[in-house]
Design a protein around this ligand. Structure first.
Ligand code: HXC
Length: 258
């Protein structure tokens, strides 16, 4: 696929995808979402990649789904079509860790896309919100579901009903983002976190991701059982042997991803 709305590069073991529609604040149209899904699944299948970073520009991670494209859609267009939300499902199929590096606006679908990533590192300039109500629609890619889990029902209701925009400091206090850094350090911070993750055993990192995601999908008892089975499963890997031996021999581990 020839990408027109994203830039893709590889930095050592880190796959980087930059949303790139500067004239429209990275508004997420169907072409962009198709390209993003394609790039994500390619990095996921690439054995050399251990972690993926999705970022935008300094002004906007993404200002939401593309309103000019959506404005004329009918119910049948969106219900039957592949676009507006069906082609957003690709990201959920990615098994490797994905970090969102957010500067500027992450609104509507932009906030939802960031929340679909495994964690968010934010620049001090980041602004989050679900302002769909102002344009006569609701969040459509997880905003009403992930936001209450991430930041509480009260704050989710507040943001979705009033369309208020939350700054990076509030987002960190509320638990939406894992770290805040000065804007000029955002990519360095995201790349160094991604490089650390990519230096770990990939299958073990995938098991950690799967286990934490389980916490959203099931009861505590089932989740703890799932975690225990994953933990037991690590003892069937060579990387568990290597990791523990390396610790005892006081040397860095040499993981083989097996
Ligand atoms: C299409 C958009 C856009 C969007 C911005 N632009 N957001 N185009 N879809 N979501 C375009 C503007 O039309 C404008 O184009 C250019 O980007 C710059 O935007 P301005 O508004 O001039 O910039 P500024 O005054 O700095 O305001 C920035 C902003 C504002 C606060 C981000 O643009 C804004 O409120 N955007 C809409 C946010 C929103 O409602 N998001 C939710 C969408 S619904 P021109 O050509 O005039 O220069 C959604 C549903 C998700 O996301 C469903 C998922 C399945």
């Amino acid at each position: 696929m020839n990408y027109k709305n994203i830039l893709v590069e590889t930095r050592d073991k880190v796959g980087v995808i930059q949303l790139n529609r500067p004239k429209a604040m990275n508004a997420l149209n169907d072409q962009l979402m198709d390209e993003l899904g394609d790039a994500l699944l390619k990095f996921d299948a690439d054995e050399k990649i251990g972690c993926i970073v999705i970022t935008g520009s300094d002004k906007a991670f993404a200002a939401g789904a593309d309103i000019s494209a959506m404005a004329k859609y009918t119910y049948m267009d969106v219900y039957k079509g592949e676009y507006i939300s069906r082609n957003w499902e690709h990201i959920r199929r990615v098994r490797k860790p994905v970090i969102a590096a957010v500067a500027g606006y992450a609104l509507g679908g932009g906030c939802e896309l960031a929340m679909m990533c495994d964690f968010i590192i934010a620049a001090e300039t980041a602004k989050f919100g679900q302002p769909e109500i102002k344009i006569g629609t609701t969040p459509g890619a997880g905003g009403t579901q992930r936001l209450p889990r991430a930041i509480s029902k009260a704050k989710a209701m507040d943001l979705c009903l009033t369309a208020r925009i939350m700054d990076a400091a509030e987002a960190e206090r509320a638990g939406l983002v894992s770290r805040i850094v000065p804007a000029d350090k955002l990519l360095d911070e995201a790349f160094s976190a991604a490089a650390i993750i990519a230096s770990m055993s990939l299958p073990i990192a995938m098991m950690v991701k799967e286990s934490i995601n389980r916490a959203y999908e099931t009861t505590l008892t089932e989740g703890i059982l799932f975690e225990r089975r994953m933990f037991h499963g690590t003892f069937g890997t060579e990387d568990q042997k290597e990791g523990m031996e390396a610790f005892l021999e006081k040397r860095p581990p040499m993981f083989k991803n097996s």
